[in-house]
Structures are given as C-alpha cells and as structure tokens.
Design a protein around this ligand. Structure first.
Ligand code: UT7
Length: 331
C-alpha cells in the first residue's frame, strides 16, 4: 500500500421516536397502505416533532459511532454533516461539534441531497489520505418532513427523518476505501427541488432585494426513477473497476433507500442477488442523506456486515447528484 489508508471503525444511527404508518397517512391524503407498499416498499416513517432538531438526532447517531470506534470526541479532527435540512442555514455541524464536546474538530455542512453521505465519505477520505486529519466523523442527517408538502400524495408518502454516522480513521497498514465515483448533472435540476423563491422587497427606490422562503419539495418521480435505475449501476461499475473488484466479490449492496423497486432494479442490472441487498425502507422510508448510514449501521449491529466485508454503496438524488463508493468494513 502507498501512503495513508482509510479504516471504517464505527457506525451509529438514530431516528425520532414518533412513527407514522401508511394506514394513518392514508387519513391525511388519498392513498393506501397497499399503494405505498407496492410502489415503494415503505410501511412507515419516523417523523421529528416540533421540539426535535436535526442536531439532537445527529448527535445521538454520532455518539454511537464514536463509541463503536472507541474514540473520544476530543480525538475527532473533522466533522462533516451531509444534510439538506439544517437547523440553521449557516450550518448545523458546528452545533453538533459543540454538543459532542469535539472541541478540536473543525465542522462543516455539505449539501448533496440524497447523495450527501457518499459525497461526505469521499470528501473525508481526501483529508485523511493527504495526512491532514486522522479521525473523521461523517454524518448524514435529514428531517425532510419539514419541507414535505403533506397535501401532495406523490411525495409525502416517501420521506422520513433520521441520521446515521460513520467514523473513518487513518490507517497506515491497510486501505479499506477501494474505489469511488461522484457525478452531478445540473441540467436535470428541475426533476427534484426544495427551491428558494424570492418575493421582491423594495428597500428604497431603486433598491429591491428578494426576501422569500423555501418552497416544499417538488419531484418528477418518474424522471428520477428512470435516472436512478440508469445511472446508479453505471457509477457502481465504475467504482468497482477502480477498486479492482468484480461484481461477484461484492458482499453487500447498500443503496440510498429511495424505493424498493429501485433497489431491486439496480441489483438486477448488476447481477447482485437479493440476499446481498440491504433494505430497511419498510421501516424508515426515504431519509435522504441519512438512509445509507442508517442501513449500514443496522446491518453492522445485527452482525450481517462483518469486518472485511466488501460493500458497494451508492447515493442518488436531487442536483441531480449521484455517486458510489466501494469499501471494506472495519480496521
Ligand atoms: O431520494 C430522492 C430520489 N427519489 C426517488 O428515487 C423517487 C423515484 N420515483 C419513485 O420512486 C416513483 O416514481 C414514485 C414512488 C414516486 C411513484 O411511483 P410510480 O410507479 O412512478 O407512480 P406514478 O407517479 O406513475 O403514479 C401512478 C398512479 C397515478 O395515477 P394515474 O394518473 O395513473 O391515475 C398517480 O396519481 O398512482 C397515483 N398516485 C398515487 N395513488 C395512491 C401517485 N401517488 C399516489 C399515492 N397513493 N401516494
């Protein structure tokens, strides 16, 4: 091995206690448990109540990941929070840093929607590989319920709230991050948006500024579905090529939990059997940047994913953005 390698030493996850199942949701919009389960695989989602924050849920996930990695908050050099739903538009990562007591760490938010965790993981790897930082906490957390139009049945049935975290550490003996590929295509931005809309406000003639608010999530579901099924296998194949690994050597496929049909179609296109596909969609819905680290953490804690297992992960979503990473779990 040349240079500094990367180890994946801890994971953690958390979600709000409050659960909304499909049956109850069908009292809010015209839908049914059958439609939602058939089309998406989702049965319920966790929703944050008004007094809950992204910070509290992310801190819980992060603390569990640090405990598993057996490192103290003061040992953390960098915290990356992948989110599109910060508690504060100036950033929420530093609030998490303070709450954890990780006072030596530098902390910042990273926005790449549902691809955020994979983008965060790859960003963290660059800091480790260049020798700048040794211990990095990558958190993916989103409370999309805040920005969901709860009268739009085409979107509100999909999303849930949560956070997941992973500890990545420098390792001089072995490199567990084997390959990655990140992509974006802003020409298709309008397929999935949580967009700011300005209201003109005249301060004094002729000075007018825009002062509005963010609009609810809008999505062209069919376009996003087509994009995911086409692009995700491509990007995983590229990451596997860089990792010098064949599809057969992948132990676990941990995809962004957007829709069970997308997971099945991607696995099918790659030729990965369903036993190797991690899915917790039924219980969480689509938790955006949190979905991959929550799924990963549950699989690690249940003993499914073991040290040394090869994981192919891929996030995809708004931007449009998408990306894949291939790594082995553990030190
Ligand atoms: O994390 C970001 C990435 N996002 C995604 O990956 C989402 C990708 N897209 C999807 O997962 C799917 O497109 C959806 C689950 C959003 C929708 O599934 P679909 O099979 O593409 O359904 P559709 O939009 O084609 O709608 C089919 C029918 C329509 O009725 P008509 O026009 O055929 O009469 C919809 O009005 O289903 C209707 N429909 C619903 N019915 C009951 C749409 N939403 C609902 C609903 N309950 N919640």
């Amino acid at each position: 091995m040349n240079g500094i390698g990367i180890a994946f030493t801890g994971s953690g996850s958390a979600a709000p206690a409050h659960i909304l199942d499909n049956g109850t949701l069908s009292q809010i919009v015209e839908t049914s448990d059958e439609w939602i389960a058939d089309r998406t695989g989702i049965r319920q989602r966790h929703l944050a109540q008004p007094q809950e924050s992204l910070k509290t849920i992310a801190v819980e996930a992060a603390q569990k990941a640090l405990d598993m990695a057996n490192i103290q908050p003061m040992d953390v050099d960098l915290i990356i929070l992948a989110t599109s739903t910060p508690d504060d538009l100036f950033g929420t990562a530093s609030q998490i840093q303070a709450e954890l007591g990780a006072m030596k760490a530098v902390a910042f938010d990273l926005t790449a929607a549902c691809s955020g965790f994979v983008f965060g993981l790859v960003t963290a790897a660059q800091f480790i590989r260049t020798g700048v930082y040794q211990n990095v906490l990558v958190i993916g957390g989103d409370l999309l319920s805040r920005w969901t139009d709860w009268s739009d049945r085409r979107t509100c049935v999909l999303f849930g709230d949560g956070a997941g975290a992973v500890v990545m550490q420098a390792n001089l003996e072995c490199d567990r991050l084997l390959g990655f590929e990140l992509r974006s295509d802003g020409t298709q931005n309008n397929c999935l948006t949580l967009a700011y809309q300005a209201q003109p406000k005249t301060l004094i003639e002729p000075v007018t500024i825009g002062q509005g608010s963010f609009q609810f999530i809008q999505m062209n579901g069919q376009e996003v579905y087509r994009f995911a099924v086409r692009k995700v296998p491509e990007v995983i194949e590229k990451a596997l090529f860089r990792a010098n690994l064949s599809v057969e050597q992948v132990d676990w496929l941990v995809l962004h939990q957007a829709n069970q049909r997308i997971l099945d179609a991607v696995a099918d296109r790659l030729g990965i059997p369903s036993e190797k596909v991690i899915s917790n969609m039924a219980r969480y819905g689509n938790t955006s940047a949190a979905s991959i680290p929550i799924a990963l953490d549950e699989a690690v804690r249940s003993g499914k994913i073991k040290s040394g297992d090869a994981i192919a992960t891929s996030g995809f979503g708004a931007g449009l953005t998408w990306g894949a990473a291939v790594f082995r779990w553990g030190r």
